[in-house]
Design a protein. Structure first.
Length: 139
C-alpha cells in the first residue's frame, strides 16, 4: 500500500488529523451567494456583544468580509453577491476596436502598394506610348 493511499484512508476516517502538508500554491476561498446570505442573516440575528465575533471565528471569516457583503447587498443588484472572476476585465468593444484598427492599418498598406503599382503602370504606358484605361486615370 502506497503512502498516498494511507493518507487518503486516514482522511476519510472521522476524527482524523488534517493533512499537515502545505500546498505549493494556496487556493483563494470563494464564497457562494447562498453562503453569504446565510452568514448575513446569522449576523443580523446576533443580539449579544461578542456573538458576531464568535460567529466570524467559527466560520473563519474577517469583519471586512461582512463589510463588503453588506455593501454588495445594499447596491440593489440581484447578482451582487455572486462570486466574480479576478483579474483584468476584458471589454469586448475594446477588443473589437483593436482588431478593426489592425485591419484598417493592413488595408491602408495594401492600398498604398496598389497605388504605387498603378502609378508604375501609368508611367510604363507613357514610356511605351500605349493608351491608358480611362477608369484608372485620376481626375
Amino acid at each position: 500500500m502506497a503512502m498516498s493511499d494511507l493518507n487518503q484512508s486516514e482522511q476519510n476516517q472521522p476524527g482524523a488529523a488534517p493533512d499537515p502538508e502545505v500546498r505549493s500554491k494556496p487556493e483563494r476561498r470563494r464564497f457562494t451567494a447562498e453562503y453569504k446570505r446565510r452568514i448575513l442573516k446569522e449576523v443580523a440575528a446576533c443580539k449579544d456583544p461578542g456573538q458576531i465575533g464568535a460567529l466570524l471565528r467559527s466560520e473563519g471569516l474577517y469583519s471586512s468580509n461582512l463589510t463588503n457583503w453588506r455593501k454588495q447587498m445594499a447596491s440593489g443588484d440581484p447578482n451582487a453577491l455572486e462570486p466574480r472572476k479576478r483579474g483584468p476585465k476584458t471589454d469586448p468593444l475594446a477588443i473589437e476596436n483593436a482588431a478593426l484598427k489592425k485591419r484598417n492599418q493592413k488595408l491602408e498598406e495594401e492600398l498604398k502598394r496598389a497605388k504605387i503599382v498603378i502609378d508604375v503602370q501609368k508611367k510604363l504606358c507613357d514610356l511605351l506610348g500605349l493608351p491608358t484605361a480611362p477608369e484608372l486615370e485620376e481626375k
